[in-house]
Design a protein around this ligand. Structure first.
Ligand SMILES: Cc1cc2nc3c(=O)[nH]c(=O)nc-3n(C[C@H](O)[C@H](O)[C@H](O)COP(=O)(O)OP(=O)(O)OC[C@H]3O[C@@H](n4cnc5c(N)ncnc54)[C@H](O)[C@@H]3O)c2cc1C
Length: 494
C-alpha cells in the first residue's frame, strides 16, 4: 500500500494496520485519487533504454496452459521464451485443484457409451512422466460419483513442477522465472515485443508470435485487447494437509453414510488405494457443518501419498475483481485465517484428522478467473452441452464441472475452435486457459485443467507455425495447424 498524496503519515499507518488485521479498508487505497491537481498525485516515468532479447514465440505464464503451449511451440520448431512470475512452472494445476478434469468423456454416466480418451498429446505425456516417478494416481476410474467425472487423475503437486520443468528444458524452451510481463511494444495492431521486469531490471523481448497464458490476461490487457472482469467466482488458497489417516477418514465418512465420490488408484506405490473422496457436508456434525460453510471449506480431496490430502480448498468471495491489489491483500489474509480454522475443525470433529497440519499452501491465492479476454469466437453453454464441433476444432473435451446438473449431451464431447483462441483485434496474439469464454456456465467447463492444457497445445503449435511463416494468426491455414496438431498426438473428432 502506497501513501496517498493527501494522506497524513498517521492516516496511512492506521489504514495499513486495518489492512493487516483483515478489516475493512476502502478498495483502491494506494491508487492516486483523481483530483484537480494531477501533478501532485502522479509520477511521470522517464523513458528508459532497455536491453533486447529476440525469439520466435513468447508464452506469458508458465501455468497449466502455458507449460503445454511452450512445449508445443518449441517442438514445432520455434525458439520459445516462457515467462513466469513465480519460481516454478505449474500454475493453478499445482495450487488450486483436486484432480485433472478430465482426459475422458463421461462414459460411466451413460450406459452403453464407450470410454474414450479425448485429450491426449502433451497433456497425456505429462501424466506418463509423472507416473514414472510416482507422481500420479493414474487415470483411476470413479467408483462413486461417476456422473460428475468418470475418472480421477490426481497428481503430486511438487513432482508436477519438476517433471514439467525437465520437459521444458529438454524441449529447448528458455524458461524465464521470477519475471513479470509488465508492458507491450506494439506497432498498430501487431505486438512487436513484451517488456518484462525481474531483479535484473527491465528488458524487452521481441518475437513474432505471442501466447497469453497468464490466467489474468495481463499480456492481452496490456496490448489493448477488449476484456471484462465479471468477478463471478470466489478466490481460494488450497492447501496440502499432512498427518491424516486416509482410511480412517474414509471409514468415518462411510459410517455417516456421507460418501458421494470415491476412486481407487495408485497411492504411495500401491494400486487399489483410495485416491479421491468427497462427502455430503450435511451428514457431518452440526457445529462442523456450520463453521465449514462460513469458511467455504470443500470436503472433496485427492491424494497420491499415504497420510496426506493433496488439496483441501477454502474459498473467499472478494467484493471486487482479483486484479485489485489492495482487495487481494485482504483476501490473502482472510484465506490464511480460514486455513488455520479448517485445520482446527478437522482435528476436532473428523476422525482420521486428529493430527492434521498444513503441509503446503499456495504462494498466492488462486483465481478461477479475473479478466475475460475477447476472442474471435466466444464459446456458449449450448456449444458445450449440446456437444458442438466446429470446422476449425483444435481440441476435443468432455467434462463439465457442474455435472451431473450440466453434462455434455449423451456422454459425448464438444470442440473448441481455433478462432476461440485468437485475441480479437490483435494480429499475432493467442490466448489459452481460464481467460477465454465469457459465459459463466460454459466457462465452468472450458476453465478446467485438462481443457486449459489442450488449449495450450493448440495455441503454442499455432504460434510456432505463424512465426515460421511470418504470418498473423488469422492467415494461418487451418489445415496446416490441424496436421501439426495430429502429428503432436492431439485427438480430433471433426
Ligand atoms: C481453487 C480452485 C480449484 C480448482 N479445482 C480444479 C479441479 O479440481 N480440477 C480441474 O481440472 N480444474 C480445477 N480448477 C481450475 C483450473 O485449475 C484452472 O482453471 C486452470 O489451472 C487455469 O490454468 P491457466 O493456465 O489458465 O492459469 P494458471 O495455471 O493459473 O497459469 C497462469 C500462470 O501465469 C503466471 N502469470 C500471471 N501473470 C503473469 C505475468 N504478468 N507475468 C508472468 N507470469 C504471469 C502465473 O504465475 C501462473 O503460473 C480449479 C481452480 C481453482 C482456483
Amino acid at each position: 500500500m502506497k501513501p496517498r498524496a493527501d494522506m497524513t503519515r498517521r492516516e496511512f499507518s492506521k489504514r495499513l494496520a486495518l489492512l493487516g488485521a483483515g478489516l475493512s479498508v476502502t478498495a483502491g487505497v494506494g491508487r492516486p485519487a483523481e483530483t484537480s491537481s494531477p501533478s501532485e498525485n502522479w509520477y511521470e516515468e522517464p523513458p528508459k533504454r532497455l536491453p533486447v532479447r529476440r525469439c520466435d514465440v513468447v508464452v506469458a505464464g508458465a501455468g497449466t496452459a502455458g507449460v503445454v503451449a511452450a512445449l508445443a511451440a518449441a517442438r514445432t520448431g520455434a525458439q520459445t521464451i516462457l515467462i513466469e512470475r513465480k519460481g516454478y512452472p505449474g500454475g493453478t494445476v499445482v495450487e488450486g485443484g483436486t484432480a485433472l478434469h478430465s482426459f475422458f468423456n463421461l462414459w460411466k454416466a451413460f450406459p452403453g457409451v464407450p470410454k474414450k480418451q479425448v485429450v491426449r498429446g502433451i497433456p497425456q505425456e505429462i501424466v506418463d512422466r509423472l507416473a514414472k516417478v510416482g507422481g500420479t494416481s493414474g487415470h483411476a476410474e470413479m467408483i462413486r460419483g461417476y456422473d460428475y467425472d468418470s475418472v480421477c487423475t490426481a497428481i503430486d503437486t511438487e513432482l508436477y513442477k519438476l517433471v514439467t520443468f525437465d520437459m521444458l528444458v529438454e524441449a529447448g524452451v528458455l524458461v524465464a522465472l521470477h519475471t513479470l510481463v509488465v508492458g507491450v511494444i506494439k506497432d498498430g495492431s501487431r505486438i512487436k515485443g513484451v517488456i518484462v521486469e525481474s531483479r535484473a531490471g527491465r528488458q524487452a523481448i521481441l518475437a513474432k508470435a505471442f501466447v497469453d497464458c497468464t490466467g489474468f490476461g495481463d499480456l492481452a490487457a496490456l496490448a489493448g485487447a477488449t476484456y471484462t472482469e465479471p468477478n463471478d467466482y470466489p478466490v481460494a488458497n488450497s492447501m496440502g494437509v499432512g498427518g491424516v489417516n486416509v482410511e480412517r477418514f474414509y471409514q468415518y465418512l462411510e459410517s455417516q453414510d456421507a460418501v458421494t465420490q470415491l476412486a481407487r488408484g495408485r497411492r504411495s506405490g500401491k494400486d487399489g488405494q483410495i485416491v479421491r473422496v468427497d462427502c455430503r457436508l450435511g451428514r457431518l456434525p452440526k457445529p462442523f457443518q456450520e463453521e465449514a460453510r462460513k469458511i467455504m471449506l470443500a470436503m472433496v480431496t485427492t491424494t497420491v501419498h499415504d497420510d496426506y490430502f493433496m488439496f483441501v480448498k477454502l474459498g473467499f468471495k472478494m467484493p471486487v475483481s482479483p486484479t485489485d491489489p489492495d482487495a487481494v491483500s485482504q483476501a490473502e489474509l482472510g484465506l490464511r485465517r480460514r486455513q488455520a480454522k479448517a485445520i482446527e475443525l478437522l482435528r476436532k470433529y473428523i476422525p482420521g484428522c486428529e493430527r492434521a497440519f498444513i503441509a503446503r499452501t499456495s504462494p498466492t491465492l488462486n483465481i478461477r478467473r479475473a479478466r475475460v479476454i475477447a476472442c474471435d469466437y466466444d464459446m456458449s453453454l449450448t456449444d458445450v452441452i449440446e456437444g458442438r464441433h466446429f470446422d476449425d476444432d483444435v481440441l476435443v473435451y468432455g467434462f463439465h464441472d457442474s455435472a451431473p446438473r450440466l453434462q455434455i449431451k449423451n456422454g459425448g464431447t464438444y470442440g473448441i475452435p481455433y478462432r476461440a483462441l485468437r485475441v480479437a483485434g490483435i494480429e499475432n496474439l493467442l490466448a489459452a486457459g481460464m481467460l477465454i469464454t465469457s459465459d459463466h456456465e460454459a466457462h465452468m467447463s472450458t476453465r478446467n485443467t485438462v481443457c486449459c492444457m489442450a488449449q495450450g497445445q493448440a495455441a503454442g503449435t499455432a504460434a510456432a507455425l505463424c512465426a515460421a511463416k511470418s504470418c498473423g494468426t488469422r492467415e494461418l491455414p487451418y489445415s496446416t495447424l490441424r496436421d501439426a496438431l495430429l502429428k503432436g498426438g492431439v485427438y480430433l473428432e471433426s
